[in-house]
Design a protein around this ligand. Structure first.
Ligand code: NDP
Length: 503
């Protein structure tokens, strides 16, 4: 197999930055290839390695646009987001096709991501009419106390490649509706989808400079954003390694930082579960989006009494998953996003075998005509996994599932909580008592009962506990919290100086 570096391809264009309302070519001559991970001969474009100066220009544009945007009434800001909502829904199929071509997930999954984003835009746009503080009673007579929410200024949104439509929008939309201006730094692997998202906001009527996008590496563009004195907050989603660095640097500058990071999400299957449902949901959670979801199922913790039957059915299901180009009809699982992710998947499969876990199916890079020019790996199932093993502890971000056998519910809960992460979780059982004990005891930001670990709705908060997340939750009714300052207001209408005050 060759790789994209050896591909002689006709490169069609170099992507542009969006600064101050203009699509501008980067001044950098350094670029990287953007290829379709299902077939690297399909070269989509060149991604510029934009410079620190260009990043500063984007922040300057956002700063200049801030006063007018802050003064724009929130319902008017919301209306622009409603325009974006309408446009995205209308263009959903084209956007989904682009997303599949660039990131690799199947067309159906891409359409699902776009529609989830449409729902997020609808929900957040309406915040324009809801944003507000509280009116609270005073301990003093004739004293009117209330709070208002105000924007922070320029905020940076730094996003990963795996949900390149949804994640940027669930950051940008609440930032904008709250009156902030934004510099968006998308993942280098998904620049074209990022540009398509920005174009929707542009056509929706976002004023110049209110939303800016700079393409380029995390170390240059991301760093420049973190260091710029006019950036008042950073909303980041990505790996723990980068998140920890961003959080630390933001803290030193005393700015707000919100990080949503890795997961190692468990499904617990108890002996009284609907087995077919549990198997299908586990398979979809583990192999859907090629396992490249922060909410992917990577561990399934099964009560010993049904473990043999469960494993047999899971292996049969995994073996039936049709892998291929996500744009082809009937394909259920696309490629890894790039060579590096594919190597990570294969490396962890090797680690699992070396640790003594039983490889029951999968484990190999796929080869043959349909696969030789892409990054395809087989859906993989390990049995006999112990909680101490690295494959049970570390995020792989590939289609690899570890079966952990336990004797009862208590041991299942302990195993589920035995990792540093706490994003999503699921339990399959028909026992209500154990459902509620699981909801109480599971260390995760999201719990599903009798459905798989992925999935969520725009009106609920999204994010994790423990090492997965820091800062207020994204989405749901608290989405604007991170992007606003609360101001406490005391209006004294006694008309005279108070004789005494408690403070
Ligand atoms: P990375 O952490 O590698 O990158 C995320 C973003 O940060 C990219 O835009 C990247 O730029 C940028 N970046 C990299 N280095 C720096 C730096 N030093 N300073 C500032 N920015 C930087 O994550 P991935 O893109 O590989 O995404 C996969 C990860 O995201 C997984 O761990 C997954 O669990 C997590 N994730 C978490 C979610 C959640 O809500 N909890 C949701 C989705 C994904 P560049 O692309 O140029 O490297």
């Amino acid at each position: 197999m060759s790789g994209p570096a050896t591909t002689k391809a006709k490169v069609v264009r170099t992507y542009r930055n969006f600064i101050g309302g203009e699509w501008v070519a980067s001044e950098s001559t350094k670029t990287s290839l953007n290829v379709n991970p299902a077939d690297w001969r399909d070269v989509m474009g060149l991604v510029p390695a934009s410079t620190v100066d260009e990043t500063r220009r984007a922040v300057d544009a956002a700063k200049a646009a801030f006063p007018a945007w802050r003064e724009t009434p929130a319902p008017v800001r919301g209306r622009i987001l409603f325009n974006a909502w309408t446009l995205m829904e209308k263009e959903r199929e084209d956007l989904a096709r682009l997303l599949t071509r660039e990131e690799g997930k199947t067309f159906k999954e891409s359409l699902g991501e776009v529609m989830r984003t449409v729902n997020i835009l609808e929900y957040i746009a309406a915040e324009g009419r809801r944003l507000g503080g509280d009116t609270v009673p005073s301990e003093l007579p004739k004293n009117f106390c209330y709070t208002i929410r105000q924007p922070l200024g320029v905020v940076a949104c730094i996003t990963p490649w795996n949900f390149p439509v949804a994640i940027p929008c669930w950051k940008i939309a609440p930032a904008l509706v709250s009156g902030n201006t934004v510099v968006f730094k998308p993942a280098t692997l998904t620049p074209e989808t990022a540009a398509a998202v920005v174009s929707i906001f542009e056509r929706a009527g976002i004023p110049r400079g209110v939303l800016n996008m700079v393409l380029g590496s995390g170390s240059t563009v991301g760093n420049a954003l973190l260091e710029h004195p006019d950036v008042r907050a950073v909303s980041f989603t990505g790996s723990n390694e980068v998140g920890a660095e961003i959080y630390g640097r933001g803290a030193r500058r005393m700015i707000r930082v919100q990080c949503e990071m890795g997961g190692k999400n468990p499904v617990v299957v108890l002996a009284d579960a609907d087995l077919d449902l549990a198997v299908e949901s586990t398979a979809q959670g583990a192999f859907g989006s090629t396992g490249q979801r922060c909410t992917a199922t990577s561990r399934v913790i099964v009560e010993e009494a049904i473990a043999d039957r469960f494993v047999e059915a899971l292996v049969a299901r995994a073996s039936r998953v049709r892998v291929g180009d996500g744009l082809k009809e009937g394909v259920e699982m696309g490629p890894a996003v790039d060579e590096a992710q594919l190597e990570t998947d294969l490396k962890y499969i090797g680690i699992g075998e070396a640790e003594g876990a039983k490889l029951l199916c999968g484990g190999l890079r796929l080869s043959g005509d349909a696969f030789d020019n892409g990054y395809f790996v087989e859906p993989t199932v390990f049995d006999g996994v112990k909680t101490s093993m690295r494959i049970a502890q570390e995020e792989i971000f590939g289609p690899v599932i570890s079966v952990i056998r336990v004797k009862d519910f208590d041991e299942a809960l302990e195993a589920a909580n035995s990792v540093r992460y706490g994003l999503s979780s699921a339990i399959f059982t028909s026992d209500t008592t154990r459902v509620f004990r699981f909801i109480d005891g599971i260390e995760a930001g999201i719990v599903h009962v009798n459905s798989g670990t992925p999935g969520g709705e725009a009106q609920l908060p999204f994010g994790g506990t423990k090492d997965t997340g820091v800062g207020p939750r994204e989405q749901g009714k608290g989405a604007a919290e991170f992007f606003t300052e609360l101001k406490a207001v005391y209006v004294d209408y006694t008309g005279q100086s108070r004789k005494s005050s408690i403070y």
